[in-house]
Design a protein. Sequence first.
Length: 379
Amino acid sequence: MIYLDNNATTRPAPEVREAMACSLEADFANPSSPYGPARKVVRAMAEARESVAALVNASPGEVVFTSGGTEANNAVLAMARSLKPDGTRVIISSVEHASVLAPAGCLAAQGLEVVYLPVNGDGNLDLDRLTESLDDRTALVSVMMANNETGIMMPLEEVCSRAAVYGIPVHSDAVQAAGKSPVSFADSGVCLLSLSMHKLHGPKGIGVLLVGDGLETEPWLTGGGQERNRRGGTENVAGIVGAGVAARLALDSFPEAPARMRRLRDRFEQRVLGRVSGVRVVGAVGPRLPNTSLLLVDGVEADAVISLLDLEGICCSSGSACAAGSHETSHVLTAMGFQPGPGALRISLSRESTAEEVDLVADRLPAIVDQLRNAGPAF
Ligand code: PLP
């Protein structure tokens, strides 16, 4: 198998699997229990918290473990009202992940105004619209660090400095950025940040919401008072241990792994652009994650390309795994002003990806595209 769909998920690292197996076998005590084995589990979780904090330059006390990026994002939107009780507006970008868009939609249904910041064809966020929309009634701004479909990075520093004029808290979904691009919670200006560990060779079902020191938030799961009273429920200890190892490995892989992914990504794009006509790279001009390449291929359907690649044991996607199979142009491409038509093929690399793999896919694509174009018009 050639796996080039690492924005959907990554293979858990062997060290992660080993640490989790060990935790499940030997350290099964409930961390809230009053005896030695439980204290060992507490220490293991504290170590993991430190590693996750180190990956994103945060303090361990700011780390709240969640069931994933979706929970972290949902929790932030749900707390918008409590962040500013007299707030009537939430501002998000129009290219957010569904786990931000959907709860924002719920807030709108409850009467809050939701402003969707537009992006242009290069994915650049409309900062003027942000400035126009900011006022004392704004409760929250949520702008992702990097987009999962295109890899395009958002101007977060600028977003934060504009929001800071009104003292408005900024959240960022860094699920795709962490592990591929340096992230510094301490320096970013955001006070809430979401992570998901399965995107960086950790386990599925474990994520993090970083809550900045001094930010008062209500618990989003009430019960046992775990996670400093923010998220009740017995902790996913093995997941947390695996998250810690994944974070440490990701940090150790900097800066070599992202630089290597960028070289492979550029090599892939050059090879494809040199051999297939009617191909565009989305977001090629601005800052982009080093591992992501979204290609628009004229005259073919993305699903057909993906199926033919799948027959050859090559895994890639048309964009978000959550929207896969929906045949509709993604909300991200729609927001960027692309008309339905060209097939969108996303390849996303990991630190495990090799030159042989990307070359093989780049070499197979011309024949696959020819075959589909010769079979007749896609639309
Ligand atoms: N945010 C972004 C940008 C994502 O790409 C994803 C997953 O694809 C999520 C949030 C959701 O994370 P999780 O799968 O951990 O719920």
